[in-house]
Design a protein around this ligand. Structure first.
Ligand code: PPS
Length: 284
């Protein structure tokens, strides 16, 4: 790994986001508002997709070529010195935000009057690790990774990639799936039937939309349509060598990268530990 790691409340984060800028204090002091919405997921689980869907729901099916990080801000980058995002703390309501924080570090309202909403998206870990590796390899000059996939996968299984263990992250949020302010989604379900998932999201947000607008959002948030607007999904650092958040947008791509041994490790380290939780993933 090329970049430095900092720990924020025990969570492994890229140092550039937190180094000497007090991100931990920022989390402690952050005041949630009742109409805040956090989109949450471990990196590469589909958070950009959910940012775009949520923004369009709030904007009646409009589209925009403004960078997604300006429309739905990246909470974890709020104290990054190089950020081009507006200051989250002074943004008008309703604030839409994206974060990779696990449940235990996410800002929570002190009372019902300040409780906000969380939309969590989980994705099968085999596709996550491939997507994450591809992303981090391109990020190599900044926060990334320049070694082989096998070693990255080992770090991922050990919870040593940024934002920590996939298993703990997903299960930490899964425990709260029935909280009234939490909506737990799966990437594979969005791929399978986007209309029903967008309808569920709009209802959860208290923004019921006409069939016509829902269908428009579904069309506009397909991978191909979003890819046409790819300017909106670059990293916020104005360096065109950095990756676009969109890559392939498929389920099952892991098969091209996994050996049978690695697949068996994912089964024993992660998937067998989901048994009894009621959480299942589709892998193709
Ligand atoms: S990041 O870097 O943490 O913000 O990544 P994140 O946005 O959470 O996840 C990126 C993966 O989501 C895919 N994606 C989509 N899939 C299907 N449809 C749409 N519209 C869509 N938008 C983004 C993106 O391509 C990444 O997955 P991979 O497998 O790398 O393609």
């Amino acid at each position: 790994r090329n970049s430095k790691t900092s720990f924020v409340k025990g969570v492994r984060m890229p140092s550039v986001y937190v180094y000497k800028t007090g991100f931990e204090e920022f989390i402690d002091k952050f005041q949630t508002r009742i109409d805040d919405v956090f989109i949450v997921g471990i990196p590469r689980s589909g958070t950009t997709w959910l940012q775009e869907i949520t923004w369009q729901i709030y904007n009646g099916g409009k589209t925009s070529s403004e960078p997604i990080g300006h429309r739905v801000q990246f909470f974890d980058e709020a104290k990054y010195l190089g950020t081009t995002q507006p200051d989250i703390t002074t943004q008008p309501s309703p604030r839409l935000m994206k974060t990779h924080q696990p449940y235990h570090t996410i800002p929570k309202g002190a009372s019902d009057a300040t409780a906000c909403k969380y939309i969590y998206v989980a994705r099968n870990p085999k596709d996550v690790v491939v997507s994450y590796y591809k992303f981090e390899s391109k990020m190599a000059p900044l926060t990334g990774y320049s070694g082989p996939f096998e070693f990255f996968a080992k770090m991922f299984l050990e919870g040593k990639t940024f934002w920590g263990s996939w298993l703990e992250h997903v299960l930490g949020w899964w425990e709260h799936r029935d909280d009234s302010n939490v909506l737990f989604l799966k990437y594979e379900d969005l791929k399978e039937d986007l209309l029903s998932q967008v309808t569920i999201i709009a209802d959860f947000l208290g923004k019921p939309l006409s069939e016509q607008v829902l269908k428009r959002i579904v069309k506009q948030c397909s991978f191909d349509e979003m890819a046409k607007n790819s300017e909106a999904y670059w990293m916020m650092t104005q360096d065109n060598k950095l990756p676009n958040f969109l890559r392939k947008g498929q389920v099952g791509g892991w098969k091209e990268h996994f050996t049978p041994e690695l697949s068996a490790k994912f089964e024993s380290e992660f998937l067998s530990k989901l048994e009894g939780s009621g959480l299942h993933f589709a892998f193709e």
